[in-house]
Design a protein around this ligand. Structure first.
Ligand code: PRX
Length: 647
């Protein structure tokens, strides 16, 4: 694999693209960027003015309680209003908000008026249970229209949604519900994935066994008449469709304070348990709107498609809030990219005439592996812009995407951001910034990145930092202000935001993300904390110690490797490995399974007892180990190395 630093190719947007783009050319970007940095508050105020506010803010930014920043102070707004009513009132009622296609091939389209009506009806169903502003509602749904509708319905009445990706296990559901003290779960009887039915309601039932805060489970019928087995508990579980029969579709959006909590989204970090990232209403609304508008250069006749799941931040910002606020049309697809065969995505692009396609490097690498023949003969000429998100994209994958999918004419926006940032921070603007394969290029308006040493000195290769606050930034970790301050603001004494990524800047001022600098591993774009996995392994009665590391993986970007020591006298065999994998499935979900589990009689440690994960990584990747004499027991290195030689 070519290293990112050797990459010097540069691709300019085609003149036809530039001619119609919102920001045309580098000079136009620079001018706007400089304005946004000289006076960020004036910049963000101009953007916010494009949206609807029940009443305007008194102050754009209040930094007096940093790192707790308040944006659009005392402004009153509603993001569901900005996604729906605002567009309908502007004459877009009959425009398609989204076409939806289920994995089995069923489909549905909703206009902005129809979506507004569905959201109001759903919101009234929530209200019929007494759901109020500030209540936390957990969503565990497949990628069906009701997921979008339920999210917007919560936002409409000020209930706080916490979407749980439908690949998470029942234990993960439990953890998130206990932490957020959610009062209701919205789920479905099932969902489709690679031709199989996932019985989601049953997973919820297990997950909420010990969750006393849950008083209702609202169940959407995904299966239609093909009854998916879905046991209902009479005093607790309600079919959405039945409940909706007695509700009407008139539900005005509630004016919310700019800093009212909009949603919680749990993400993994360096501690043993996921943290509830808090996003509030006004700032997130403005940031998701602005980044969608400029990064995807959305036009009235675009058909946008983001392949992420709404269970992750990408789906929140760039399927729901940012895209709908811009009044764009999009495609939403329920299922797997290779069902019934690896041509599915290309068929969908052809069928729905997708013009903007936003996906992850993992998917691109999987398509490369499945073979170009799946694209041959497919009409992808509707595409005009491509995007990448979630992990560093290697130049080979970038070039394949550029040549095979984009026919060498579509700009590629490689967007760097995080659950915490709410939206894009580093990204090309497609009509303005020439791209380089593997670089997320330059900062978005109002964003000032820095590359620093551990000590806080500026450097070319080091740790990424963000200097100024921005409207879409997280507002905290739910219930844990100390962790918020320690995780994001303690590295350089509270001066800068610390995202946890390494980066370098090149001679053109382009940023290259080099991966995480903490113990978070990015597997297929999913963040997994190694500490979280380690604590799961040591819960097993046979296990004494565990060290989990991330290693390079051809398709997934990174894979997980677990080094395990058993308690003396416990049997170490294949059966134990299977049990450990099952434990990961149960505690998190199948997507967090390690690639390999390696048993060792001990783990390499310093004399003070610290596990040397870096050494384990070097062993796994076959690199030079350097001086190991400082280990408490250097012989353990031979033992582990031998295991690798035997593969
Ligand atoms: O390491 C960076 C990587 O994904 C992390 C954020 O993960 P998450 O909160 O799950 O959000 C994923 C979707 C935005 C970052 O800290 N990452 C994300 N986008 C890129 C990336 N790494 C390199 N290039 C990107 N474009």
């Amino acid at each position: 694999m070519k290293s990112l630093s050797q990459e010097h190719r540069k691709f300019h947007p085609q003149s036809e693209f530039v001619a119609n783009a919102k920001i045309q050319g580098m000079e136009a970007y620079k001018e706007e960027y400089e304005k946004s940095i000289e006076d960020p508050q004036a910049y963000w105020e101009t953007v916010a003015d494009e949206l609807h506010w029940f009443s305007k803010w008194d102050q754009v930014l209040d930094s007096s309680k940093a790192p707790y920043y308040n944006w659009f102070v005392n402004g009153k707004t509603n993001i569901s209003y900005n996604c729906l009513d605002r567009n309908v009132n502007a004459g877009k009622g009959d425009k398609v908000a989204f076409h939806w296609e289920g994995e089995p091939g069923d489909s549905k389209s909703l206009t902005y008026s129809e979506l507004l009506e569905s959201v109001c009806l759903f919101a009234n169903v929530l209200k019929s249970f007494g759901v109020q502003k500030g209540d936390r509602i957990a969503l565990y749904l497949p990628m069906i229209p009701e997921l979008v509708v339920a999210v917007l319905a919560c936002a409409r009445i000020g209930a706080v949604h916490t979407v749980i990706f439908a690949g998470f296990s029942s234990d993960s559901i439990q953890d998130r519900i206990i932490d957020s003290k959610a009062r209701m779960v919205i789920t479905a009887d099932g969902g489709y994935r690679r031709g199989k039915i996932l019985e989601l309601k049953k997973i919820v039932d297990e997950g909420i066994e010990n969750c006393p805060t849950i008083s209702e489970v609202l169940v959407v019928k995904r299966g239609g008449d093909t009854s998916i087995d879905c046991p209902m508990q009479s005093d607790r579980d309600f079919w959405y469709e039945e409940r909706a029969e007695s509700c009407d579709a008139d539900c005005p959006a509630v004016p919310l304070d700019s800093e009212d909590l909009l949603f919680l989204l749990y993400t993994s970090g360096t501690t043993g348990k996921p943290k509830g990232i808090m996003h509030s209403t006004g700032g997130y609304q403005v940031f998701s709107y602005a980044t969608s508008k400029y990064v995807f250069d959305l036009n009235d006749n675009d058909m946008y498609w983001c392949t992420a799941d709404v269970g992750w931040i990408t789906g929140h910002t760039y399927i729901i809030y940012g895209i709908l606020q811009n009044g764009a049309s999009q495609l939403i697809y329920e299922g797997a990219p290779n069902f019934p065969d690896p041509g599915r995505f290309w068929n969908l692009i052809e069928q729905y005439k997708v013009s903007i396609f936003y996906t992850a490097p993992t998917a691109i690498r999987a398509f490369m592996k499945w073979g170009d023949n799946w694209l041959e003969g497919k009409d992808l000429s509707s595409l005009r812009l491509l995007g990448s998100v979630g992990e560093p994209i290697n130049p080979e994958a970038w070039m394949w995407y550029h040549e095979k999918v984009g026919s060498e004419k579509c700009p590629i926006v490689d967007t760097w951001w995080q659950t915490e940032t709410g939206g894009h921070l580093l990204t090309p603007l497609p009509g303005a910034i020439p791209t380089k394969p593997g670089s997320a290029t330059v900062p978005f308006f109002g964003i000032e990145p820095l590359i620093l040493t551990e000590e806080g000195a500026e450097t070319d290769v080091g740790i990424l930092a963000i200097k100024n606050p921005w409207p879409g930034m997280l507002r905290g970790i739910y219930g844990d202000p100390e962790l918020y301050e320690a995780t994001y603001w303690s590295k350089w004494g509270g001066r800068y935001y610390f995202p946890g990524d390494g980066a370098r800047i090149d001679e053109d001022g382009y940023y290259w993300i080099l991966g995480r600098v903490d113990d978070v591993v990015n597997v297929s774009g999913h963040r997994i904390g190694t500490a979280e996995l380690e604590s799961i392994f040591v819960e097993h009665s046979s296990i004494a110690e565990a060290a989990v590391i991330g290693i390079k993986h051809e398709i997934k970007g990174q894979g997980l490797l677990a080094f395990i020591t058993a308690i003396e006298g416990k049997k170490v065999d294949e059966a134990l490995k299977v049990e450990l994998v099952q434990l990961v499935d149960k505690k998190i979900g199948k997507f967090a399974r390690p690639e390999r589990i390696v048993f060792a009689s001990d783990l390499p440690k310093t004399r003070s007892g610290k596990i040397m994960r870096r050494l384990l990584r070097s062993i796994a990747e076959g690199q030079e180990l350097g001086n190991i004499t400082t280990l408490s027991d250097p012989s353990i290195v031979d033992e582990i190395q031998n295991q690798f030689k035997n593969i």
